[in-house]
Design a protein around this ligand. Structure first.
Ligand SMILES: NC(=O)c1ccc[n+]([C@@H]2O[C@H](COP(=O)([O-])OP(=O)(O)OC[C@H]3O[C@@H](n4cnc5c(N)ncnc54)[C@H](OP(=O)(O)O)[C@@H]3O)[C@@H](O)[C@H]2O)c1
Length: 241
């Protein structure tokens, strides 16, 4: 078990799924963590409600982080929502909602919080295996995650003078309460999981903890690595079978 004693982290989207797995690993390792979410904070009394699409809530979050931490070591930007539809069925509302949360929300969250990241700290975004392959019915979601990867690379360059490393983790099919699809029914999620197990070269889905370990590797251990996207996808984006 790694030790994160003395470390402080902010996890945006840390109330369930992979973000919660990161929060748990950090706390087990002795870190102080401030986790955020939008709706599930009632199940996590120590989490802070902050919707990345709401500037007022992000300003309040900034004030809370400043008061509790002053400076902190790791910002994990894990927020993301997905819905699937064929290209022809995408509406401007569907497009705006996914870009609002995944791309615009992630971008301005970092702009709000980055001044408080300690020099020499790091940022880890969550993107997706969709960045490595064209996944039918996922045009908008894929566009949002490609934008996040691009943001991460540019921020890696812009934060070099502060020695803040910026990387992304790109999960494949991972077993989380939503599978990333907030509005999907239990049956739809089971079907997504089954499909994932069939198409993934390793013939299984990943766990939230497997992604958390990759996030913490990039966040703390990969001290000579910046600007990369690390796949955690059972080979889906990279290996044929
Ligand atoms: N699961 C997969 O197979 C998979 C695969 C590839 C990529 N991903 C990506 O990995 C990340 C985590 O996925 P997951 O499956 O763990 O998802 P999840 O269980 O649905 O968790 C998403 C987190 O983001 C928060 N969130 C959602 N919208 C928000 C908003 N507007 N403002 C603030 N917080 C918000 C959620 O909190 P509340 O519910 O409390 O709002 C939750 O803590 C996402 O970026 C997703 O796109 C997932």
């Amino acid at each position: 078990m790694n030790t994160y004693t003395g470390k402080k982290a902010v996890v945006l989207g840390g109330t369930h799924g992979m973000g919660l797995a990161v929060v748990e690993r950090l706390r087990e390792g002795g870190a102080e963590v401030l986790a955020t979410g939008r709706s599930a904070t009632d199940q996590h009394p120590d989490a802070v409600r902050a919707d990345v699409t709401r500037p007022d809530e992000m300003d309040a979050l900034g004030a809370t982080v400043a008061e509790r931490f002053g400076e902190f070591d790791l910002l994990h930007v894990n927020v993301g929502v997905a819905s699937i539809q064929p290209f022809e069925e995408v509406t401007p509302e569907i497009y705006d909602r996914m870009f609002d949360v995944n791309a615009r929300g992630a971008f301005f969250a970092v702009q709000r919080l980055a001044p408080m990241i300690r020099d020499g700290g790091s940022i880890v975004f969550t993107t997706s295996v969709t960045n490595g392959r064209g996944s039918a019915t996922m045009s908008v979601y894929s566009g949002t995650k490609a934008a996040v990867r691009a943001f991460a690379k540019v921020l890696a360059a812009e934060f070099l003078p502060r020695r803040i490393r910026v990387n992304t983790v790109a999960p494949g099919f991972i077993d989380t309460p939503t599978m990333g699809f907030t509005d999907a029914t239990a049956e739809e999620r089971a079907a997504i999981m089954k499909l994932g197990d069939e198409v993934t070269p390793m013939r299984r889905h990943g766990t939230a903890d497997e992604v958390a370990r990759a996030v913490l590797f990039l966040g703390f251990d990969a001290t000579f690595t910046t600007g990369i996207e690390l796949p955690v996808d059972g080979g889906l984006g990279h290996v044929g079978d």
